[in-house]
Design a protein around this ligand. Structure first.
Ligand code: HEC
Ligand code: HEC
Length: 451
């Protein structure tokens, strides 16, 4: 009976509001707005729930280590390399200047006023690792948590999702500003940071090589990339002798998208559980028997990575997954700044995208990926299958394209093989013999920049 009431309200309001001679689409939109206005919002438990989940999800995304300090600190001893010998660790330590150079970001909103003022006045020694410790103490290094003992010594450290999937707006200085959650940190050199860890024996024995080999591969990953699959299949390098890490993708603009990661491992929540357990080494539970395939995932199968379990009272990941997923789905792709593209050319590019260039067949607007099973073989998009073959479905996922402008650094496609959007289009132009002229290519580029 309730629904009949809404239908009546719809028809009634529409009759009142829709006599302006607008097109029928407009009428329908007005009708919907009118009905939602007719709902009593004073006790909206759905919105209250969503708001509280978003707060919780944001907290998890930014600050939760899921207990992974047991790995990054206690096992790898990475905190000791950061502190340096002068501060109770080993080696020269990591100064703020070095930290910023390897792409770590500083959250200006976490800085106490005196520290902010000192930074602004150039009174903080950016070459002293002790200054890095001061930033860690106030929890200002995005995605990294320092654990300090009672004497104030850095005794362990953990990492968060925000390490790779947040950056800052540089409003204070380069690398220092307000957080931008969901933005891929394309400055971050994960491999170089991990290679600093004094004890990589766990990783070395997992991969069946020595620590020096691990380090030499890690430093070749390069900025903006990470190899999540190496800990499953042990393919530290391909047959060409080179490592094959993938680009850190944005974690925004994902609502409505079915499969996630470049190779479509699963939905957002699958991948969150995967990463928190297997890559960050938090304490939780993960189930994915596809990893039992010893021929394809020798390491994962031998280590039973698809069957990680932690008693519920000690599981620090599973209880966070619901809110964490909701938070990511709520992160809209950022809008390109005005003036960053030519609107007239972009309008022509849109027509090409949906017409002659045949892009919209896969990148279906407004999601810009397929509603449904959004996966393609390497042959379908005219590239090699190396990375696709490292994932269960052996395919590449059609990338959603909104907010491309915010992750142009590092290039495009899963491994950044195309340095620019024009290079991407040149690839399609050749693969699908589209016959696009250079003007049409640049119109398409302007359209992609406008998304
Ligand atoms: C060390 C860097 C790093 C950390 C930490 C990290 N990720 Fe990722 N993330 C990546 C990389 C690299 C990929 C791409 C993996 C692939 O496809 O090969 C990825 C993929 C994703 C995707 C898929 C995006 C898409 O376009 O479909 C999501 C969602 C995601 N991560 C969320 C998270 C969350 C949530 C956390 C914390 C629990 C997290 N990540 C921690 C590097 C990281
Ligand atoms: C057959 C399906 C298909 C068609 C047609 C297609 N794409 Fe794609 N597109 C994909 C897939 C799959 C990927 C992911 C490739 C990868 O991960 O390496 C992708 C990736 C991209 C990317 C890189 C996104 C990123 O985050 O790096 C851009 C840009 C892009 N496509 C634009 C286009 C344009 C423009 C056209 C039309 C000229 C087009 N695509 C046609 C399937 C398609």
């Amino acid at each position: 009976m309730r629904s009949t009431g809404y239908v009546c309200a719809f028809l009634f309001l529409c009759a009142v509001n829709c006599t302006t001679g607008d097109g029928s689409d407009k009428r329908e939109e007005r009708g919907v707005v009118a009905v939602s206005e007719a709902i009593d919002h004073s006790n909206d438990s759905v919105k209250d729930f969503v708001n509280s989940q978003i707060d919780e999800g944001r907290k998890t995304f930014r600050y939760d280590t899921f207990g992974d300090e047991a790995f990054w600190g206690d096992t790898l001893q990475l905190h000791r390399a950061i502190a340096g010998q002068a501060n109770g660790g080993v080696g020269g330590g990591v100064s703020p200047r070095t930290a910023l150079a390897v792409g770590l970001k500083v959250d200006v909103d976490a800085l106490p006023h005196d520290l902010r003022d000192a930074l602004a006045a150039g009174q903080v020694n950016l070459d002293d690792p002790a200054s890095t410790l001061a930033l860690l103490k106030v929890n200002a290094v995005v995605g990294v948590t320092g654990v300090f003992d009672q004497s104030g010594k850095l005794s362990s450290m953990g990492i968060q999702c925000a390490l790779c999937h947040s950056t800052v707006d540089n409003s204070f200085a380069a690398g220092i500003g307000h957080r931008l959650d969901g933005w891929a940190n394309r400055d971050l050199d994960v491999g170089t940071i991990v290679a600093l860890a004094p004890d990589l024996s766990v990783v070395a024995s997992l991969l069946g090589v020595d620590q020096n080999t691990v380090r030499s591969v890690l430093v070749r990953w390069g900025a903006s990339k990470f190899d999540a699959a190496v800990f499953l299949d042990g393919k530290a390098v391909g047959s060409d002798g080179n490592p094959h890490p993938t680009l850190i993708p944005p974690a925004y603009g994902l609502a409505g998208v079915n499969l996630h990661t470049w190779t479509g491992w699963g939905g957002v929540s699958h991948w969150n559980a995967f990463v928190a357990n297997l890559e960050m080494h938090g304490k939780g539970t993960f189930y994915d028997p596809r990893l039992d395939d010893a021929a394809r995932f020798p390491i994962a199968a031998a280590q039973h990575f698809g069957h990680i379990s932690t008693p519920p009272d000690q599981d620090r990941i599973t209880p966070k997954l619901a809110a964490l997923q909701l938070y990511q789905l709520a992160l809209a792709a950022p809008k390109p700044p005005t003036g960053s593209f030519n609107a007239t050319a972009a309008a022509r590019g849109k027509a090409l995208f949906e017409g002659k260039a045949r892009c919209a067949g896969c990148h279906v607007p407004p999601l810009y990926t397929e509603p449904g099973w959004n996966m393609h073989t390497a042959a379908e998009i005219g590239i090699d299958e190396f990375q696709a073959a490292r994932a269960p479905d052996q395919r590449y996922r059609t990338s959603p394209l909104r907010g491309l402008f915010a992750h142009a650094k590092g290039g495009f496609y899963h491994d950044g093989r195309f340095a620019t959007l024009a290079d991407v289009i040149a690839h399609y132009n050749a693969t699908f013999t589209l016959g696009l002229t250079s003007t049409e290519t640049s119109d398409l580029v302007e359209f992609l920049k406008s998304l």
